[in-house]
Design a protein. Structure first.
Length: 275
């Protein structure tokens, strides 16, 4: 009995550790990248990505044929995003970077998490609660695009919504793996979605750079950073293609590698502007 309880406690500890690591990565890279920017406001590079991950989890809760055990484990895993939103809310409220849109976006993310945390057992009530959370998330998406409108077009590469959506899909896949979810058909689609988002991200980035060259003949201080930016796209495509053609599942370690690469993209884009 003691051995069983020890194994169960160890499993809970590992689940918590695996769940918090992506959040720590998000916050570390996001805040560091923010300090590299010239913007005087608290604007996250990944808030849309976290919202995307939460939308996918809400979809799983609403449409996925999962047992209560899977539902409970996924709920526990996704709740670690509360740390992300709380840090950004506090960073915005109690610093010289204060930005009311970031406040609103953080609250929207927290409300969405609350709807998943407190989802009732009764299907009708659960659907209502999750739909209300999705509406809060939609408000957060609107806040993000209002933020984007205040940023010069040439700097949209760092806040690329396709890149953020890519990170969000990777995060959602991570959560499904951590929670030992059995939606194999759904999870098999996620690498294809990632591949499409990678292509769209590169096309959008090239379009923004072409606009910058035509509009103001801007000269980037570090062109190698953009070379590496696009090379990382090829690395991710190669990893995804291997798993798609082999019909292999994306493991936790592989997903963490993809997440680190996707989160580094805004950082390399930022380095391109630094002298």
């Amino acid at each position: 009995m003691n051995k069983f309880m020890s194994e169960e406690q160890n499993s809970k500890f590992l689940t918590a550790l695996f769940s918090i690591m992506p959040v720590v990565l998000l916050l570390g890279i996001d805040i560091y990248t923010m300090f590299l920017q010239t913007e005087a406001k608290a604007i996250s590079h990944f808030n849309l990505g976290v919202l995307a991950a939460q939308f996918i989890c809400s979809l799983v809760f609403l449409k996925g044929r999962i047992c209560n055990g899977q539902r409970g484990r996924l709920t526990q895993a996704v709740m670690y995003f509360a740390v992300y939103w709380l840090v950004w809310l506090l960073l915005s409220l109690f610093s010289s970077y204060h930005f009311i849109l970031t406040d609103m976006l953080s609250v929207a993310g927290l409300l969405m998490l609350f709807s998943m945390w407190r989802q009732p057992l009764e299907p009708g009530s659960r659907r209502l609660m999750l739909n209300m959370g999705a509406l809060a998330g939609l408000l957060g998406v609107i806040c993000f695009f209002v933020q984007l409108a205040e940023i010069p077009v040439l700097h949209w590469v760092q806040y690329n919504f396709f890149g953020q959506a890519l990170a969000g899909v990777i995060l959602a896949n991570l959560l499904l793996v951590i929670s030992r979810n059995r939606l194999q058909s759904f999870m098999a689609l996620l690498p294809l979605v990632m591949s499409v988002l990678l292509v769209l991200n590169s096309i959008f980035t090239l379009a923004v750079l072409a606009y910058g060259q035509l509009g103001s003949a801007v000269v980037f201080a570090n062109n190698f950073a953009f070379v590496l930016y696009f090379l990382l796209h090829l690395v991710m495509i190669a990893i995804l293609a291997f798993h798609i053609f082999r019909k292999a599942k994306l493991s936790y370690n592989t997903l963490m590698l993809l997440l680190v690469i996707s989160l580094s993209l805004p950082l390399w884009a930022s380095f391109a502007y630094l002298e």
